[in-house]
Design a protein around this ligand. Structure first.
Ligand code: WT7
Length: 656
């Protein structure tokens, strides 16, 4: 493991001192009285029963064939959850709700242009079935991977469910990623089917998504057999379709009213693959199994986010990432609730758009990221204060550490100061929430994420795998398997084992890649990544992935990328001598990143420097550059090969 970040300098913001027990806030009484999870005995129950306790999660689902074993751990770290069980995820998310609530809204969609569409569970059932029949007709069979490259429109969750129904794993690629990134993911997943759209609106402009998909197609090594194209823009953009390209609408119309028997999948069968950044420049294909994933997602949606069928719930994350998969689609639909799907940005047409949507829909549970909360704070409390947000009874946050200050702002201005705010820690790989307070049971400590959930054996350990003392920085690891865990990597068993697992004297340990501290009460504070992954703007990148794109720009020699306190991307760049470090070069670097990775990777700041600070062995001191970008104190730099550049870089950063 890399030791970077283990020096304890890595704070989570200026007001981020680990809070003492005195700062703990008890769950509000009014909430506790009605909470799904209100019995503190649940922790002890999980401890006593071990993996068997996770039956409670599996029992939230309907099984086609019941499982006998809860956990098969014969061949660690290849764990199998509920192995004999068979189930279908789409049937669990849609069909089983038809008896009781077929006319209840499943999805309320709000488009960028103020459009609205609503789907009842019956509507969802009908369209999902028509699409499932259409996909079959196009040749999609069980275990064929279907790539979905769609913005936040209802067709995205519908396509996920249609795939799940016929046992075809989906591979959702965030719509903002570039053609190159899409091509890599299509090839890496061995996917021969694609569902995309003509385009979508970005603010006022119609943006052509199909041309990106066409471009990707030219780059792939494999073969795309069939493509389905959703007409999002109508007359605003006409795209022509080739022989093996089909309008979504005609596929669905041709099969309207048909039903497709949900394919019973083994619990361990692949539900989806999701590419994410790892410790190398190449993204990893994280594989999630049907039974364990859906069980823990349903359990946490219910017990951590306290969602029930009569809620209107809104997870503001994009479905193109894991949060949107687990808590925008599978969790809420498995529980039969109403979920809000929003295509637009939070400040369009105005900065009160989010509060307007919460008021309009009487949203009761709202889940977003610290990045978003920081923007809301910056824009000002007058925006939420001008709306009736009294429908809110729980707030959640995910993706990075939230400072106590942001936590309190969120609770006061969005939650009316009387609701639980649940900070949830998890990862693409964990599939579902792993650390969080149980909102009806555990006190909250702003700025710390909270204790591990019942059944999650998370530990903060030192280099040797021994638990660290309270307050001491260590590595966050998980010492026992959990149902939502990835079942493997697309890149194979060896990579999976190497990337995540350590075998110790007392068994296998999952490495999260995060540094953390733990306090006397067992509350964990996340210090940030200890590997080469950065989390910025609610996206996860590998530094090498971004840096290798930057150095492909003409004139650039070296680059180091870090994240700053505002979740922004800062790129330090050296150039060939004589190259003008002026605006055209900045633009060229930005364009290069947009092309290789996507618009989300455009840097917020580019700092040109004659040299990058390096150790004597030639390793770039990224951690030091991060401290500089964050305006933080840094230690002695005299051991560097080129300590003199540090002052220069610092003054350049201050000027930009
Ligand atoms: C990384 C995982 C699944 C959530 C969305 C991101 C960081 C996540 C928290 C939190 C501090 C957090 C970690 C983790 N992270 N939640 N509550 N507090 N840090 O998923 O893209 O797989 O990134 O996000 O560093 O390792 P992801």
């Amino acid at each position: 493991m890399d030791d970077a970040g283990m020096d304890g300098r890595h704070s989570i913001g200026d007001d981020s001192a680990v809070v003492s027990g005195d700062d703990a806030i008890d769950p509000p009484e009014s909430f506790r009285d009605r909470a799904v999870a209100s019995d503190a005995g649940v922790y002890e129950t999980f401890e006593r029963e071990g993996p068997e306790a996770w039956r409670r999660a599996a029992d939230l689902l309907d099984w086609e064939r019941p499982y006998e074993t809860v956990l098969d751990d014969d061949d660690p770290p290849f764990y199998e959850w509920f192995p004999e069980g068979r189930l279908n995820a789409a049937a669990n998310c849609v069909d089983r709700h038809l008896d009781h609530r077929r006319n209840q809204l499943a999805i309320r969609w709000f488009g960028k242009r103020g459009e609205r569409r609503s789907y009842t569970y019956l509507d969802l059932h009908r369209e999902m079935n028509a699409l499932a029949a259409g996909l079959r007709d196009l040749g999609v069979g069980e275990d064929d991977v279907v790539t979905l490259y769609l913005p936040m429109i209802p067709e995205l969750p519908i396509a996920m469910l249609a795939c799940a129904r016929i046992g075809a794993p989906h591979n959702v690629v965030f719509a903002g990623l570039s053609a190159e990134a899409l091509a890599t993911r299509i090839d890496a997943a061995d996917s021969e089917y694609l569902i995309t759209c003509d385009g979508y609106y970005r603010r006022e402009d119609a943006f052509n998504q199909k041309s990106k998909a066409d471009n990707a197609r030219l780059r792939i090594d494999g073969d795309l057999r069939q493509t389905v194209v959703v007409d999002r823009l109508g007359d605003a953009l006409d795209v022509s379709l080739g022989d093996d390209e089909h309008a979504y609408e005609s596929v669905v119309d041709a099969h309207d009213g048909e039903t497709v028997e949900p394919v019973a999948r083994d619990a361990t069968d692949l539900l989806f693959v999701m590419y994410t950044s790892g410790t190398t420049g190449q993204p990893k294909g994280v594989e999630h199994a049907t039974g364990g994933y859906l069980s823990q997602v349903a359990w946490t949606t219910r017990n951590v986010l306290d969602v029930r069928p009569d809620d209107t719930y809104w997870c503001a994350a994009d479905i193109g990432w894991i949060t949107g998969h687990s808590y925008g689609v599978y969790g809420p639909l498995a529980l039969g609730t109403t979920t809000v799907l929003y295509e637009g940005s939070p400040d369009y047409p105005d900065r009160d758009r989010v509060w307007d949507l919460i008021e309009r829909n009487a949203v009761s549970v709202f889940y977003t990221s610290p990045t978003a909360i920081r923007s809301f704070m910056k824009w000002g409390s007058e925006y939420p204060d001008a709306h009736d947000l009294s429908s809110i009874r729980l707030l959640g946050t995910v993706g990075e550490s939230i400072t106590p200050k942001a936590w309190r702002w969120y609770r006061e201005h969005v939650g009316g100061d009387d609701v639980p705010v649940v900070d949830t820690w998890w990862q693409t790989e964990t599939g579902a929430i792993a650390l969080a307070t149980l909102p009806g049971i555990s006190p909250m400590k702003p700025g710390t994420v909270g204790p591990p959930l019942p059944g999650i054996d998370a530990r903060v350990v030192d280099e040797d795998g021994d638990p660290v003392d309270p307050g001491e920085p260590g590595y966050l690891t998980i010492a026992a398997p959990w149902p939502g865990m990835l079942r493997g990597l697309r890149e194979g068993d060896e990579r999976y084992r190497r990337e995540y697992w350590l075998e110790g004297d007392d068994g296998w340990r999952y490495r999260t890649g995060d540094g953390a501290t733990v306090d006397e009460d067992g509350y964990i504070t996340i210090l940030g990544r200890v590997d080469d992954v950065i989390n910025v703007r609610a996206h996860r990148f590998n530094t090498a992935e971004l840096e290798s794109a930057i150095v492909e720009t003409d004139g650039v020699t070296e680059a180091a990328v870090v994240g700053d306190n505002d979740g922004q991307i800062v790129a330090y760049v050296t150039t060939r001598s004589g190259v003008d470090t002026d605006d055209p070069l900045r633009e060229a670097i930005s364009e290069r990143l947009a092309r290789s990775v996507g618009d989300v990777a455009r840097p917020d700041r580019i700092v040109f420097t004659p040299e990058l600070p390096k150790t004597r062995s030639g390793k770039i001191m990224r951690r030091l550059l991060e401290d500089i970008a964050r305006g933080e104190e840094f230690g002695d730099v005299s051991a560097l090969r080129n300590p003199e550049v540090v002052g220069e870089i610092e003054s350049t950063v201050r000027e930009t």
